[in-house]
Design a protein around this ligand. Structure first.
Ligand code: NAD
Length: 428
């Protein structure tokens, strides 16, 4: 035993509660025994490479000046530039952003695209800001993190609370600073300024692809299957729509304000239109409203899709889940204790690092198109997405069966092996 043990608890996080970073570390500990001689290098995955905390002051429309806390974390850049979204949410913490950047490292390696892992965010409720305030916040944040992002260094993308418009402002701010247009500095842009066909729907599409593959493996017919979804934003609503079109019934939906239930299934295109205007499912006039948000987890369904934020399926509700399949559209929605409960109940859990990888895979296509000044068709994008995500999933499924481990552990074995092999080959 080394005298330099347990240096994986960073001084800058609470020692009593590491938050989402603690969940990530537990997942790394679980996979370590399966990594053979590469486990010698495991600490590399337990230490984020670079953390930037920035103060983002803006003037509000009423003349008041307010300071927001922002972050950009590069967890690992051994296999390529950092890649990961930017989150605008009032509960963003440093622990959360570090954890999300770590999951990006594992995800990019698990699907074998040439990126490291990164993530950024601001502690802000974007719904409380006017469009102009949001623009000022985005531009100032981009300026503050511009010292560490870059076309070949770290490429941001949308996440919770950010969208194509925010990416456009980020791209414009960065380009203006460099005096020429650099579309590839962010992905998830509108097509008109270098975005890719298929990017907006890519994450939800990936969730649908993985869900359909698992359903066919366990002989679950998607037609008339019952699905519950937490989060009706980019990921949740696109996945809902694809399952709806395939004949499934989306029986329960929860967002940050409301839970709604309809045993006959919601009309998803109608709900999507409604949410475009109201930014919430609140007061949608179909189905019944469920007052206790915790009840959401026990609503009978075949497939459960957490597509909002971390730490949602926990020791407190995992026993109530009735689904046969859980598709992690969100990053980090399930704690390690809940993982064990779900496994003991025989529920198949498709982990975030493969299930929501569609977004970063098509972000990668967007970046490649930007670097080479090409524009691929949507059909081409979807075909390439399908190939990469299905091949990655098949390898994970096979490894899980051979090693008798969960899909999460199998995905982590593949991802960690690729990163640590790169580290070993490159050397210290
Ligand atoms: P979004 O901002 O478009 O939507 C988030 C949704 O979650 C909204 O409906 C919001 O109301 C809901 N929500 C937020 N907090 C909640 C809470 N406490 N309880 C219930 N619902 C809550 O975000 P998104 O882009 O759809 O991202 C959702 C998840 O998917 C995140 O975990 C994100 O990291 C992950 N993800 C997103 C992408 C992407 O391409 N956008 C890619 C990979 C993973």
């Amino acid at each position: 035993m080394s005298k330099f043990t347990d240096n994986s608890r960073p001084s800058y996080l609470s020692q009593n509660d590491l938050g989402p970073w603690g969940v990530y570390l537990q997942q790394i500990d679980r996979v370590t025994p399966y990594l053979g001689s590469l486990s010698r290098w495991i600490e590399i995955l337990k230490h984020p490479k670079k953390i930037l905390i920035v103060d983002v002051p803006i003037e509000h429309d009423n003349g008041e000046v307010f300071h927001y806390e922002g972050y950009r974390v590069q967890h690992n850049i051994l296999r390529g530039p950092g890649k990961g979204g930017v989150r605008f949410h009032p509960d963003v913490t440093l622990s959360e952003i570090i954890a999300l950047s770590g999951w990006m490292t594992i995800k990019n390696a698990a699907v074998n695209i040439p990126y490291g892992g990164a993530k950024g965010g601001i502690r802000v409720n974007p719904k409380n800001l006017s469009n102009n305030e949001l623009m000022r916040l985005t531009r100032r944040y981009t300026n503050e993190i511009s010292s560490i992002i870059g076309l070949n260094k770290d490429i941001p993308a949308p996440d919770v609370g950010t969208d194509m418009q925010i990416m456009s402002w980020m791209m414009d701010t960065y380009s203006t600073k460099k005096n020429y247009t650099i579309p590839g500095i962010v992905t998830g842009k509108p097509i008109s300024i270098g975005g890719s066909f298929g990017r907006q729907k890519a994450t939800g599409r990936g969730v649908f692809i993985i869900g359909s593959k698992i359903a066919s493996k366990i002989n679950l017919n998607i037609i008339n299957s019952k699905i519950s979804i937490q989060g009706f934003g980019n990921v949740g609503s696109v996945a809902a729509n694809l399952f709806f079109k395939a004949g499934a019934k989306i029986v329960a939906i929860q967002d940050d304000k409301t839970t709604i239930y309809n045993p006959n299934g919601f009309n998803i295109p109608k709900l999507q239109k409604y949410v475009t205007f109201t930014r919430s499912i609140k007061d949608f006039n179909e189905g019944e409203k469920i007052n206790d948000s915790k009840e959401f987890w026990s609503i009978p369904c075949d497939i459960l899709i957490p597509a909002a934020i971390e730490d949602q399926i926990t020791i407190n509700n995992a026993n109530n889940v009735t689904a046969k399949i859980i598709l992690e559209g969100a990053n980090g929605p399930t704690t390690t204790e809940a993982d064990d409960i779900l496994r003991d109940k025989g529920i198949i859990l498709a982990p975030d690092v493969i299930t929501n990888a569609g977004g970063v895979i098509v972000s990668y296509f967007e970046w490649v198109q930007n670097l080479s000044n090409l524009l691929w068709t949507e059909q081409e994008i979807n075909l390439r997405l399908n190939n990469i995500i299905c091949n990655a999933f098949d390898a994970i499924w096979e490894l899980a069966n051979t090693k008798k481990v969960s899909l999460r552990t199998a995905a982590f074995i593949i991802g960690c092996t690729r990163v640590l092999q790169a580290h070993k080959t490159r050397g210290l």
